[in-house]
Design a protein around this ligand. Structure first.
Ligand code: GDP
Ligand code: IMO
Ligand code: MG
Length: 429
């Protein structure tokens, strides 16, 4: 069974991109199945830092085929920009190596304007979206009024389809008192992008299933994270798609029997960007230290929006839940290096919710907002881990930290990272 699904186990930005890049080294196909350019996936190779928003993170491997699946929402203009950026870095993308689903949905400038207008209306209760038009695009998808990437193939009618869609969103924007989209300019930009993208658009469901039949190894690259899932996340402070393992199946169109490995990726601590409950958040010196100053590209400032991420201790209660809803077969842990120098480290192993001790998160967001973490304290370590490449060379306290997480989750931890660069990785046997 040749599919590995890799999923963010927290609120996104766990370091999925770097592990997808690693797994792509022994895969033939890497496929994104949800979200759009709200994602920002970083892959660092030597001194080069690549930031990917739409194109799968296996793209640095020239022999790997990248698929943008039907579950995605795609801004064609931004996709062309990303392709040009990669071409400028010497990464050649062809219709052979990048395949975009006819069934993926299109994000229009109307969706972006509506995202901004809705967030502005929510005021203090805003979700804190990335303002990329994600929610309104999925809204149109499930409302059956969306445009699909396959519609870009129809040169004759695409401009009319786009115009009608923008007129619909402008009517909504007018009702909200928001600025309207310049329809002719937007249509022209999308027609130009369609001309560029046409050769890449095809039935990827058929393609991926053919490759699976041939025995190709496929990596399904999750975007966002489990706790941002529209069903399983901290609703309404979530994205509008299904980043969890079920989403990989519907977002690419293959059956569960192909999957043999489901990897949850977690940071060695917790971060979140945007609003919503985060029980282990540390709005103090600890949080500031975990975040970093912003001088390093790996410090906790958003890859897509540049916003400072909220930081806190590792939340094992949430990870236990993520392991359950995704069926993780293992966990991969990133940013262990950032924990060097803390005298003690805290793991949230349970919550007190209104006087009750629980070990799984409450299913309503208002109860979760009242959850008080119950911590287990572990010894920290001083040593710099960034040069460590084997399990045995880690300080004993670091091994104890990782082993305790593994024990609490009843999951093996087979990959750890100790720095952002491709090779700053430890495989645990
Ligand atoms: P993604 O969205 O899950 O792919 O993660 P992002 O790229 O948004 O954010 C993760 C950040 O952490 C990026 O800047 C990575 O380069 C960085 N990173 C990944 N793994 C490590 C690690 O082990 N150590 C350090 N210091 N940084 C890491
Ligand atoms: P990657 O793939 C972190 C968050 C936003 C906001 C909520 C809804 O890089 O891990 P949206 O624009 O999707 O409607 O925003 O989801 N969010 C992310 N946070 N990493 C991401 O992607 C995210 N994608 C969306 O901050 O709270
Ligand atoms: Mg990210």
């Amino acid at each position: 069974m040749p599919v590995t699904i890799l999923i963010g186990a927290q609120w996104g930005d766990e370091g999925k991109g770097r592990f997808v890049d690693w797994l792509a080294g022994s895969a033939q196909v890497v496929a994104r199945y949800s979200g759009g350019d709200n994602a920002g996936h970083t892959v660092a190779v030597g001194q080069k830092v690549y930031k990917l928003h739409l194109i799968p993170s296996g793209v640095l491997h020239s022999e790997v085929v990248s698929i943008m699946g039907n579950g995605m929402v795609i801004n064609p203009v931004n996709l062309v920009k990303e392709m040009d950026y990669l071409a400028g870095e010497g990464i050649n993308i062809t219709p052979e190596t990048l395949r975009i689903s006819t069934r993926a949905h299109v994000i229009t400038p109307g969706h972006i304007a509506l995202d901004k207008a809705r967030e502005a209306q929510l005021g203090a209760g805003a979700i804190g979206t990335t303002l990329r038009g994600i929610g309104p695009a999925y809204f149109d998808k499930t409302g059956r009024t969306g445009i699909r990437m396959g519609d870009l193939l129809d040169v004759e009618v695409f401009a009319d389809t786009m115009t009608a869609a923008l007129e619909r969103s402008n009517a909504q924007l007018a009702q909200m008192g928001a600025e309207l989209v310049d329809v002719p300019a937007a249509v022209q930009a999308y027609v130009d992008a369609a001309d560029r993208l046409r050769p890449f658009i095809q039935d990827t469901t058929l393609y991926i299933n053919q490759r699976l039949q041939e025995g190709a190894r496929v990596v399904s690259e999750g975007a966002q994270g489990t706790l941002l899932d529209v069903d399983h996340g901290t609703y309404p402070f979530v994205t509008s798609s299904s980043p969890t393992s079920g989403g990989a199946l519907t977002g690419l169109g293959f059956g569960p029997t192909h999957v043999d490995r489901v990897i949850g990726v977690a940071k060695a601590f917790s971060t979140r960007v945007g609003g919503g409950p985060m029980p282990t958040e540390q709005q103090n010196e600890i949080g500031a230290r975990l975040r970093g100053t912003g001088e390093n590209f790996w410090d906790e400032y958003g890859t897509t929006t540049g916003r400072a991420r909220r930081c806190g201790w590792l939340d094992v209660v949430m990870l236990r839940y993520a392991a359950m809803v995704n069926g993780f077969t293992e966990l991969a842990l990133t940013k262990l290096d950032v924990l060097s120098g803390f005298e003690t480290l805290q793991l949230a192993v349970g919550y007190d919710v209104d006087g009750q001790h629980v070990t799984t998160p409450p299913s309503t967001t208002y109860q979760l907002a009242r959850a008080v973490p119950i911590y287990e304290t572990l010894h920290g370590w001083e040593a710099d881990l960034t040069g460590v490449r084997s399990w045995g060379d880690l300080p004993v306290e670091a091994r104890q930290y990782v082993s305790r997480i593994s024990e609490l989750l009843e999951l093996p931890i087979r990959m750890l990272s100790v720095g952002p660069e491709r090779t700053q990785l430890i495989q645990v046997s």
